[in-house]
Design a protein. Structure first.
Length: 82
């Protein structure tokens, strides 16, 4: 798994699925309330984790090679899929 940009998928895109603590989903650019202080998902491995989060697989095509690239790519994908 990539170590760069691993939490940006929990910040940059919108998530339309209900998330514990964010029942209406998560808007783009908003940090998920389920990220802990180390930018790890508190729901990882739990059944209440949204399927979209469970099914996301980080790869260099999406995350690039730096946090800046990850943010740019994920933000662009969010904008073209609105």
């Amino acid at each position: 798994m990539l170590e760069i940009g691993y939490s940006l998928c929990c910040i940059a895109p919108s998530i339309s699925s209900s998330i514990p603590g964010m029942l209406n989903g998560k808007p783009a650019g908003v940090r998920c309330v389920q990220l802990n202080e180390n930018n790890l998902c508190k729901l990882f491995g739990h059944p209440e984790r949204p399927a979209v989060c469970h099914n996301f697989k980080a790869c260099s095509d999406i995350c690039g090679n730096t946090n800046e690239q990850a943010l740019t790519i994920i933000t662009e994908l969010e904008q073209i899929t609105e």
